[in-house]
Design a protein around this ligand. Structure first.
Ligand code: SF4
Ligand code: SF4
Length: 384
């Protein structure tokens, strides 16, 4: 197994848990199921059994509940004993994989990534097909051999029809700022996040090695992402092998471009609320940049959500939950959406293609006529 991804210290973390239950009150999936057996406290017990009893522990009834978690880190944030629960869940899933506990859906996902290099099980040559939908696509950005900035698009933004408008908007915005940028085209492979979340870290290591080599070959100074999970994965696991290269999420890049005057913005008369994606907010600590970007738009009014910044609610789309327990993921999304749709708010804005997908589906299911947008789409609309 790769050292790059291996999570250590599991036994120490598990021994510390006082079973106090503070984590229950904030866990979105526990609140969606409502049984103690689906709580983070019960998952701690499962992780302990798995770690202590090996195969015998892996055979414990209910072990699949390890996967009823979005890796949102809300529990980590409230744990009075400071247990890094996200690391515990990742380590437990890694151990579960070694005992073949992983749900069938995750094995199918592994199969798709192994054969097609993307989570959608589509030919990887189609990774840049979203460019065909653009009238104003910058020429040859998928053919260039060298660029100062590489836009790592990611699987969701490349293949999901719900996310492709975000990808197109971000591309237009970077072109408007006259950045010297390119995408990797079919040389791009999944960043490995879905596999790491599934505990399949050895498989993720192969993707990491490929993507690192591809970036080195393009001699870039910066890699940018509009997917927070891709950005987090690169920051956590790729950065040590790419010294001197900056990794920026789209909102951080946009904040810099606006500040330096490379983007000028027209008035947008709109009242919005901002949803903090878990992998951008709690898991990467990026809270100010998206707010700086939104409040730089003349005429735009930002109303803070009731639960914001480090208390932001999870959209249900993380931790592979949408693959394994789609009804539970949809329930988590609907609950967050209901908190975000307050009177006067015309659009929910976030900075993650997966959050946009989850909230758009929830708005449709719940019959809520609210627009769900990514920050880059608002900036694209405001370009002068
Ligand atoms: S809040 Fe921390 S100590 Fe309390 S039950 Fe949850 S993990 Fe254990
Ligand atoms: S990471 Fe989120 S979903 Fe998972 S146990 Fe913690 S609070 Fe619950």
């Amino acid at each position: 197994m790769s050292d790059q991804f291996f999570f250590t210290g599991l036994s120490e973390e598990l021994a510390v848990c006082a079973r106090c239950g503070y984590c229950l009150s904030v866990c979105p999936t526990y609140q969606g199921v409502g049984w103690e057996s689906a709580s983070p406290r019960a998952r701690i017990r499962l992780a302990d059994q798995l770690h202590t009893d090996g195969q015998h522990g892996a055979d414990t009834l209910g072990m699949l509940r390890l996967y009823q978690c979005t890796l949102c880190s809300r529990c980590t944030q409230v744990c009075p004993l400071g247990i890094d629960l996200r690391q515990v869940w990742l380590a437990a899933r890694q151990e579960a994989t070694s005992y073949d506990v992983a749900p069938a859906e995750l094995k199918q996902m592994w199969q798709a990534i192994s054969t097609q290099s993307n989570v959608f099980d589509l030919p990887n040559e189609e990774r840049s097909e979203w460019l065909l939908y653009m009238d104003d696509a910058p020429e040859d950005i998928d053919q260039r051999e060298q660029a100062e900035v590489i836009y790592f698009v990611g699987c969701v933004s490349s293949f999901s029809p719900a996310a492709q408008p975000i990808t197109e908007a971000f591309t237009r915005v970077m072109a408007a700022a006259k950045l010297d940028f390119a995408i990797m085209g079919e040389a791009e492979r999944c960043c490995g996040y879905p596999l790491i979340a599934a505990g399949m870290t050895a498989e993720a290591e192969m993707l990491r090695q490929h993507n690192v080599a591809a970036v080195r070959a393009m001699d870039a100074q910066m890699v940018v992402f509009n997917c927070p999970s891709c950005a987090l994965t690169w920051q956590e696991f790729y950065a040590p092998d790419l010294p001197g290269i900056q990794f920026r999420h789209a909102v951080e890049l946009l904040a810099d471009l606006i500040k330096s005057g490379r983007l000028t913005l027209d008035e947008q008369s709109l009242t919005v609320t901002y949803h903090d994606p878990c992998d951008l907010g709690r898991n990467s600590q990026v809270y100010d940049a998206p707010r700086r970007v939104l409040t730089a738009i003349p005429g735009l009014r930002l109303v803070e959500a009731l639960e914001n910044r480090d208390r932001g609610l999870c959209c249900g789309g993380g931790g592979d939950l949408e693959m394994t327990y789609p009804a539970l993921a949809a329930h988590v999304a609907a609950r967050a959406l209901n908190t975000l749709t307050v009177p006067g708010v015309e659009a929910i804005v976030t900075a993650c293609p997966q959050c946009v997908r989850m909230f758009q589906s929830a708005a449709e299911d719940e019959g809520k006529p609210v627009e769900v947008l990514d920050v880059v789409q608002i900036i694209d609309r405001a370009l002068t």
